[in-house]
Ligand binder design. Structure first.
Ligand code: FMN
Length: 202
């Protein structure tokens, strides 16, 4: 099989985002609510995101800079409040998630309260979005900066799952009902997760 090499240390350094965001797919989407300084609620999606362990329950996502040296509002809010809620995204909130990626002046809410409902969280003061299939109440463990990348490490305290999606006894997700959207190549490609298959482990 032939392949083409892309050199992220040299010729393709400036294309690293496009190359990596194109090939490392699909990615889950963290739709994150945080509290602005005036108490209003900020929401934004981040697909540099995943779960990295369960003891403690650890999630990491990576909000970049708005412009050099200026963190995105989500990161700014988390440094101050040290808490946030991560939601997963399915078709029911896909459009609202996408709208919330708009770059608005700090403090201007990306949440359209005509279509979305904010509910109190139980362990933190940042509210969660009722319409999202899953909400993870998190506190900030730490934030690590590597070059212009910023990794927000969060500990998950409470998980809210839309009724019917997870068996409360076995804690198994119902794969036939839960269909999170995945992020594909930047800027605007997504995938759905309706078509599933199973392979037994050896
Ligand atoms: C599906 C999706 C995934 C995104 N993933 C990221 C990401 O991983 N990191 C990032 O910095 N921006 C990402 N963005 C862009 C941010 O959502 C956007 O910059 C947003 O305005 C940030 O909002 P904030 O300043 O309120 O934090 C993504 C946008 C979309 C639509």
């Amino acid at each position: 099989m032939q392949s083409t090499e892309f050199d992220l240390d040299g010729e393709h350094r400036e294309k690293a985002y496009s190359i990596l965001a194109g090939v490392i797919t699909p990615r889950p989407i963290a739709w994150v609510t945080t509290k602005n300084e005036d108490g209003s609620i900020n929401a934004a999606p981040f697909s540099f995101f995943n779960c990295f362990g369960s003891r403690p329950p650890l999630v990491i996502f990576a909000p970049g800079n708005k412009e050099p040296g200026i963190p995105k509002d989500t990161a700014r809010n988390i440094r101050r409040e040290r808490e946030f809620v991560i939601h997963t995204v399915d078709a029911s909130v896909m459009e609202a998630m996408s709208q919330s990626a708009a770059t608005l002046p700090y403090g201007q809410s990306e949440i359209d309260t005509d279509t979305l409902t904010l509910l109190d969280s139980s362990s933190i003061s940042t509210p969660r979005i009722a319409e999202a299939p899953v909400a993870l109440e998190c506190t900030e463990h730490s934030t690590i900066e590597i070059g212009s990348n910023r990794l927000v490490l969060g500990i998950v305290h409470k998980v809210h799952v839309r009724t019917g999606l997870m068996d409360p006894t076995t804690c198994h997700i119902d794969q036939e009902s839960y269909h999170p959207i995945g992020r594909m190549a930047s800027p605007d490609w997504y995938c759905t997760t309706e078509k599933l298959f199973e392979i037994s482990r050896p």
